[in-house]
Structure formats: C-alpha cells, structure tokens
Design a protein around this ligand. Structure first.
Ligand SMILES: Cc1ncc(COP(=O)(O)O)c(C=O)c1O
Length: 413
C-alpha cells in the first residue's frame, strides 16, 4: 500500500539533515503548472521549483529526450567529447552574445567557475594583483564557499567563516559606491540583472550600463549571474537583454535543464584563455544526459514560443499583481520582470501568508528577500493559469487584510 504524507514525512525527518523545513506533505506527480502529493492533493505550482521549471512539470518532449539519452549514453566524463555537449554549446553560443561555454551542474558551481576564471584570466595576462571581486548587497550567488562569499546576505555567512576573502559588497544600484569599490586590484564585478533571492529588485538599466562603462574604464571584468534570470525567465532569453549590456561572462543554470540539474558559464572570446587546460574541471559537467535535457528545453522553447509566452504572460501576471497591490493595504508594491514576479508584503507575517496560500488556496509560491511573495511559474503557463493564480492570490490578500486573519509565525522555506 502506498505510504501517506504523514508516514513519509516521519521517514524524512528521521533520515535527513534538518537544513530544510518543508511543509508536511510529499510531492510525487506533476504536469504543467500542477503538482500533487502522494495522497492526490493538487497544487497550482507558481513556485516553479524556484524558477527552474521552464517547460513545466513532466513535459512529454523533455521526458522523452531524457529517456532516450539515458538509454543511449549517459556519462562520459570530461576525458572525452560527447555529441550532446558539443551540440548544446553550439546552440548557446548561437543564441547569446557569448563565444565559449563551460558546463557545470548547478548555479553555485557555475559561479565558482566564474570566480576562478576572473582571477586566472588576469593572472595569465600578467596582472596577478587583480584578485578582488565586487558584488552587491542582498545578492545571492549560491552556497559553495566562493559563491557564498560573493552572496551579499550576512545571514548565509553565519558560522561558515573564514570565507574566501577578497570580496567587497556595495549597495545594488548605487553607482557612486561601485565607483569607490572598483580599482586596480579588482578582477571582476558580479551582478544579477534582477536580484532574485534578494526580493526581485529590478535595477535601472542605466545603472547596469554605467557599471559596464566603469569596468571597461578601470580594467575590471563584468559578470552577470543569470542563474535565475536566464533562459527566458524575464521575458527575454537572457536577463541582460533588458539593458542591452553584454557582460564579459555570465552564469546560467535553473531553467536550462527544465528540472534536470545542469549549469554553465558563457564567456566572450577575449576571456577564453582564462581557463587553460587543467585550470578547472568537473566530472559530471557537460554530461550527455544533462546536455540532452538542455537541448530539449531549447527545442521546446522554439516550438512553443516560450520566451514570447513568458513576456506576454509576465505582462498579464504583472498587471494583475499591480491591481492587487493597489487594492490591498498589505501589499506595498508589485515587483519583477517577465515571469519572475512578486508582491512585497507589509504589516503581515510573510511566512504566514505564504503558508496560507499553500494550505488554504492550494497554490505554491516562494518567499524572496524576506517579504516578497514570489511567483515563478513555468514559461508555458497559460492565460487561464495566470487568471486562476491571480484569483487565488486576490482571495488570500483579501483574507489577510482582515484584522482577524490570525496569521501565525512559520519557519522560512
Ligand atoms: C542568482 C542565483 N545564483 C546562484 C544560485 C545558486 O544556484 P544553485 O542553487 O543551483 O546552486 C541561485 C539560486 O537560487 C540564484 O538565484
């Protein structure tokens, strides 16, 4: 007999480290924008696996491509070329402003590669003093030690020191602070085109253009972390396209495999000598199975026009959230770009609101920046799904605006 939510949660709590605190049900199936637990309870999934599910749950073409590749060639290691990685790299180069690709397995790993590339590239060019990295406050770049050091949120650093060193943080959007931080020892500046985990902070495109000019003037590299914003999430293939800025390199992951773990860095030709043979490697990076998933995602994007859909559905979601923000005092503003959207809550406990949306309205979202209820649905979300989501969020906000809502405190997702 199938196990219940309760039985499985008890097993999970027994055998897993307590670093996550998920709600007490166990997901086991998904299709498009919907997921259900082992007891058949269905949820409208606007958490999108934290902005990963670019083609929705269980897309038949992605599932088929992964199955076919698994039966053909799953792994080669980096000792050999494989046809899927070559094909995916060629497509990424063709679709972006970059010339070279290195494959990783996650966002944080891609960022580690960028950190190493920045330092090693300057070293190769006779500038060994250029080791410093400048990143933004409230940024998020991952949990491995280098990416963690870049992450401009002290709460993630607690008890993890000593950190990597050589990293300065400046307020996001503050050009004067950036000017004061970038100098003769700067290797690279790292920014997110939209701060995702920091609370969906969309910068003035002029700021990004000015940082580009500053980096050029001072001999520092500019990197964008597109782990969350890349692969159509903001309604353009890469988030950088909104500002027209071309960084020297960027990291991608999340939406790239549609749920299959894969990441990469995309690099301009001038930096290609920054990772000479032996300078960096990954056993699994560029694995044919992961690259087959990436190729399937790209072909689904083309066949179904998903970048365009992300823009159109993002506009619809954004307009609806603006209306809800105007109607409800517990929302201070609607934020975001494309299908990376949210509402900033005020005067209510964001975690309790998030939990109520899930438990009472059967809709999944996530919290960003502590007080932003974030929606990152699949890029193939339909207008009907968006309208349904807006209805559920509207009903939620109407309830939590009542003084008697009785929202209790919850633990962070
Ligand atoms: C902008 C950004 N960079 C890096 C990461 C880390 O990615 P991963 O969890 O795949 O290591 C995240 C994850 O949320 C992210 O949003």
């Amino acid at each position: 007999m199938a196990r219940t939510n309760e039985e499985l949660v008890a097993m999970a709590q027994h055998a897993s480290l307590p670093n996550y605190r998920p709600p007490p049900f166990v997901l086991s199936e998904g299709r498009g924008c919907r997921v259900s637990d082992v007891e058949g309870n269905e949820y409208l999934d606007f958490s999108g696996g934290i902005a990963v599910l670019s083609v929705g749950h269980a897309h038949p073409k992605l599932a088929e491509a992964i199955g076919r590749q698994a039966a053909r060639l799953m792994h080669t290691s980096n000792l050999f070329y494989n046809d899927r990685a070559i094909e995916l790299a060629a497509q990424l180069v063709e679709r972006t402003a970059f010339d070279r690709v290195y494959f990783a397995n996650s966002g944080t790993e891609a960022n580690e590669a960028l950190i190493k590339l920045a330092r090693r590239w300057h070293h190769e060019h006779g500038r060994p003093e250029r080791v410093e990295l400048v990143a933004a406050e409230k940024s998020f770049h991952g949990r491995t030690m280098g990416a963690l050091t870049l992450t401009g949120q002290p709460k993630y650093h607690v008890g993890m020191g000593p950190l990597v060193g050589g990293v300065k943080h400046v307020p996001f959007g503050d050009l004067d602070a950036m000017r004061a931080a970038v100098g003769d020892t700067t290797a690279a500046v790292m920014l997110e085109p939209v701060q995702g985990e920091g609370g969906l902070v969309v910068p003035d495109p002029e700021y990004l253009r000015a940082v580009r000019a500053l980096c050029d003037e001072r001999g520092a590299l500019l990197f964008f972390d597109e782990v969350q914003t890349g692969f159509g999430r903001t309604g353009t293939f890469m988030g950088a396209e909104h500002s027209g800025v071309v960084p020297d390199a960027c990291s991608i992951a999340k939406g790239m495999g549609g749920g299959f773990p894969v990441g990469a860095i995309l690099v301009r030709e001038a930096l290609a000598d920054g990772l000479p043979p032996g300078a960096h490697a990954s056993t699994f990076g560029g694995n044919p199975l992961a690259c087959a998933a990436g190729l399937a995602v790209l072909s689904i994007f083309d066949e179904e026009g998903l970048v365009e859909n992300a823009r159109a559905m993002g506009d619809r979601l954004g307009a609806g959230l603006e209306e809800l923000a105007a109607a409800h005092g517990c929302v201070s503003e609607a934020r975001g770009l494309g299908l990376l959207r949210g509402v900033r809550l005020q005067g209510v406990d964001p975690l309790a609101v998030y939990a109520r949306l899930r438990d009472q309205h059967k809709m999944l979202a996530s919290i960003a920046g502590g007080d932003v209820l974030r929606f990152a649905p699949p890029l193939n979300v339909t207008a009907a799904d968006i309208d349904e989501a807006l209805e559920r969020v509207g009903a939620l906000l109407a309830e939590v605006s009542q003084p008697a809502a009785g929202l209790g405190a919850e633990v962070a997702p």
